[in-house]
Design a protein. Structure first.
Length: 341
């Protein structure tokens, strides 16, 4: 392969072997650590590597050790803006350890996940399952293969697998407390994918919300998209709620688009609160009240957990990161006529 114009010639293993006056096979054994080599020769090889500025091929070194030099990540939906920042942080950690990252998407289909994870296990040293939708039984079967796996945004009691998540219950509890303080007593929650563990965690918070005096009705939207939020507005308006809580910011923005079309003021007539803080509010010209997720930290720490697992040091206790309520312009006191119903 020719070098690209403007780039210095690439230093090869043959160049190193010539400079060190040893065979290319000896250079390979030294760099890969696959066999014992005379210490004098080892020193000569390392001296040549430093002098020439040779950079070993991480993938080739990994294969020599029986590794792929790659980690796999499975996500449910690449169109969801939640995931790119997580993936970017994971990729940064992998790159720092000389690995590459392979990403697969299940398109929110739990039935596809098992097969996709099997594919990743065939060609990756370890796998991150980000917000997996598959059943507990399927997860248990995959974990029985003893392949390094880390769960992100899902915690499964009873399964010994390193896990890191966000405190979805705590985040939604903050939302409910905020609405209760504003004076709201009835709200609707526009739910996300039914197989989403994180969706169930959000819903768990509504039991505690009753202690605040807030009653939340769950409306199943079935998806985490703006279209799902848009389509759910009609049944919300037929109820007597004064606020809309949503699975994520995309659902919230879709609901707000429909409310604008119908001439319903936000927050004057209905408060709307998102979840995840995916920074799309400027696109919709709305400063959305939401709950922020530390996505960069989530991805970074997930990548670090997997790296530790790859060197046989496992994190047994699930890790949960806190969320932060971001009060902006789409939440306010309930309309007077709604209070009087």
């Amino acid at each position: 392969m020719q070098n690209r114009p403007g780039r210095p010639p690439r230093i090869t293993i043959s160049d190193v072997s010539t400079a060190a006056n040893v065979s290319a096979a000896t250079v390979s054994r030294v760099l890969n650590g696959t066999a014992k080599v005379d210490p004098v020769l080892v020193e000569r090889v390392h001296d040549a590597v430093r002098e020439l500025g040779y950079r070993p091929n991480a993938a080739a070194q990994g294969l020599a050790r029986g590794e792929w030099g790659t980690i796999g990540v499975l996500v449910p939906d690449l169109a969801n803006p939640y995931f790119p920042e997580v993936l970017k942080a994971v990729s940064s950690v992998a790159r720092a350890h000389g690995r590459r990252m392979m990403v697969m998407e299940s398109d929110e289909d739990p039935a596809l996940e098992y097969e996709l994870v099997e594919d990743l296990m065939r060609c990756c040293d370890g796998v991150l399952l980000c917000s997996p939708r598959m059943s507990r039984a399927e997860l248990a079967e995959l974990l029985d293969r003893k392949h390094p796996v880390v769960l992100v945004n899902r915690i499964v009691p009873g399964l010994r697998v390193p896990s890191i998540s966000v405190d979805f219950v705590g985040g939604m509890t903050q939302v409910c407390g905020h609405l209760a303080q504003l004076g709201h007593r009835r709200a609707a929650y526009l739910g996300g994918p039914p197989a989403s563990w994180a969706n169930g965690e959000r819903i768990r918070a509504f039991e505690a919300a009753r202690a605040f005096g807030l009653d939340v009705t769950v409306i199943e939207c079935g998806a985490a998209t703006s279209q799902a939020g848009y389509d759910a507005v009609e049944p919300v308006l037929r109820s007597d709620v004064t606020a809309i809580l949503t699975y994520n910011d995309l659902v919230a923005l879709g609901a707000m688009a429909r409310l604008r079309e119908l001439g319903v003021g936000v927050p004057e007539e209905l408060s709307v609160i998102g979840f995840d803080d995916i920074s799309l509010e400027r696109v919709a010209h709305a400063n959305l009240t939401t709950v922020s997720v530390p996505r960069d930290e989530l991805g970074r720490r997930a990548g670090e957990i997997l790296e530790r697992l790859l060197v046989n040091t496992s994190d047994d206790e699930p890790l949960s990161l806190p969320m932060t309520l971001q009060v902006r312009d789409t939440s306010g006191p309930p309309a007077r006529h709604a209070e009087e119903k």
